[in-house]
Design a protein around this ligand. Structure first.
Ligand code: GAP
Length: 498
């Protein structure tokens, strides 16, 4: 097995042992599809989330909102989820094990089956004699299994039917009228919502990649109908990406300007595909493993007229959809207008219409694991995560060389200085080698060591995770030096070699 593959084989074990993430409710045997983030993973996830939030609020001028995850059933009747949010399922007639029909077909035949009808799937299962992988029993008829978690809200006669949201989107559409007023009746305008969504997946698997409770960062851009242009498109027009357009078998490198001029995608969709790639690059994702893929007509969600994904081609988990960008037309607002009897119409530029929506829907958990895969490295005895400073759980760690002679006091002073500015870890519980090793494992880009010279002349050592190079700088310029390194100046130009 090649080295990287061997390493990836251990990624979930490493994640568990180091405190990135682990299966939830372990003491009761766990429930599949639920994960917990540990002290490192919770920070990594937060930084990824913040990078997306900051980009859309600060650069794209989006409004940020937060809505409850539990709602009445009404919005989901309107949106079509009650009727159509289903995966095709089959169960073993002998042992009762449930399978997602397209997954088991793909596993056994190597051919995708998403979007095929129930009858077509039944036929494929029969023709290929696909049996239950657990007990070799016959698989039953394929049927639609709705993935909504449904419940009741309130007691007695006041009880109403409720559901956990399977996407944040509808909870952003419901307050559309309020948001339109807050946006000063301007169009297009964007609204970002980050929060949990819930899907009762048939076969949750691949750790964080297919869960029953997960975090989404979804941005809804409300636009006039048939908007083909996007204001800053020129800024990304020359960028290139690997793209698999519908109807084609082959991924080809394309400029975003070509994607649009050849009518594969509209400017708004192409623009946010490009911006998503930029965000993933800043997060440290391996860009060689990213591609854009346009949904085929037979797999596209019921609400969309065109959908593109950014996919990560994982060596361990296969194809992972990180973000979906969809033209949802006026489908959702129109349906809410019908169901709620509240008008969603606006008058803008002298025209009356129900706004259309361009949606950019990121999952947050999938990037966590794909970034970990991208930056995991092994060198000699050292296994480390080469996270960019902007998303590494801790950006800096401080420790005293030894736990005596007032070095911990001085180290704590430096720690207090740095923690005002950076996510800073402190350690004094081992040899210096051991403490470096622990921070490498956590992916901390810089370690600051306080030693006897610090007490004499006020200088400390900065050690860089990736190169293991060390420099000495005076404590008075420590923050400035750290910032220069984070801003891209080589460590050697920031201080004297230690
Ligand atoms: N509002 C549109 C929507 O929900 P989606 O493609 O179903 O679109 C958007 O979901 C993103 O949410 C996906 O690209 C993926 O990153 C994440 N996601 C979806 N289902 C997931 C699951 N079961 N576990 C983890 N992440 C998931």
């Amino acid at each position: 097995m090649p080295e990287k593959e061997k390493l990836l084989d251990k990624i979930e074990e490493i994640a568990k042992n180091r405190g990135f993430f682990w299966p939830s409710q372990e003491i009761y045997g766990g429930v599949s599809g639920f994960y917990e983030y540990g002290p490192l993973g919770a920070l990594l996830k937060k930084h990824i989330q913040d990078m997306i939030l900051d980009y859309y609020v600060m650069q794209e001028g989006c409004l940020a909102i937060e809505a409850p995850v539990l709602t009445s059933i009404s919005p989901w009747i309107a949106s079509g989820h009650v009727e159509s949010f289903a995966d095709r399922m089959t169960e073993c007639e002998k042992c009762g094990e449930p399978y997602r029909a397209d997954h088991i077909i793909e596993e056994k035949t190597g051919k995708g089956a998403e979007g095929k009808s129930m009858a077509e799937m039944d036929a494929i299962l029969k023709e290929n004699n696909i049996r239950c992988p657990k007990c070799k029993g016959v698989l039953g008829k394929v049927y639609d299994y709705n993935m909504m978690f449904r419940t009741f809200i309130g007691p007695g006669k006041n009880k109403i039917e409720g559901a956990l949201r399977p996407e944040t989107a509808q909870t952003t559409y419901m307050p559309f009228r309020r948001l339109y007023e807050i946006a000063r009746r301007k169009m297009p305008f964007g609204v970002i919502q980050i929060g949990k969504s819930f899907r009762n997946e048939i076969s949750p698997r691949k750790a964080l990649i297919r869960q029953r409770e997960f975090t989404q960062a979804e941005i809804q851009f409300f636009t006039p109908p048939a908007l083909d242009e996007w204001k800053n498109f020129d800024e990304i027009a020359g960028m290139e990406a690997e793209a698999l357009v519908k109807g084609s078998e082959k991924t080809v490198k394309m400029k975003f300007s070509d994607l649009v001029s050849k009518k594969h995608a509209k400017q708004p969709i192409a623009y946010f595909l490009a911006r998503s790639l930029e965000l993933f690059r800043k997060m440290g994702m391996d860009m060689k493993k990213l591609r854009l893929r346009q949904h085929r007509d037979d797999e596209r969600s019921f609400y969309s007229s065109d959908t593109w994904d950014v996919e990560f081609l994982s060596d361990k988990y296969g194809v992972v959809e990180l973000v979906g960008i969809a033209d949802r037309t006026d489908y959702d607002l129109k349906r809410h207008q019908e169901q709620s009897k509240q008008s969603m119409e606006v008058t803008f530029d002298g025209k009356k219409f129900i706004p259309n929506v361009i949606e950019v829907a990121y999952g947050i958990d999938r990037p966590v694991i794909c970034i970990m895969e991208s930056v995991m490295k092994e060198e000699k005895e050292r296994l480390f995560f080469s996270f960019p400073a902007a998303i590494s759980p801790y950006q800096v760690a401080v420790f005293p060389l030894v736990r005596k002679d007032n070095l911990p006091v001085k180290a704590r002073y430096i720690f207090d200085l740095l923690r005002k500015r950076y996510y800073t870890a402190y350690d004094e519980t081992g040899s210096i080698g051991r403490m470096y090793y622990r921070q490498d494992e956590a992916g901390t880009p810089l370690c600051i060591t306080v030693d006897y010279d610090t007490l004499e002349d006020g200088t400390v050592t900065i050690r860089e995770r990736d190169t293991q190079k060390q420099i000495r700088v005076h404590e008075d310029v420590l923050i400035d030096s750290i910032q220069r390194i984070f801003d891209g100046e080589g460590i050697e130009s920031v201080g004297n070699a230690a």
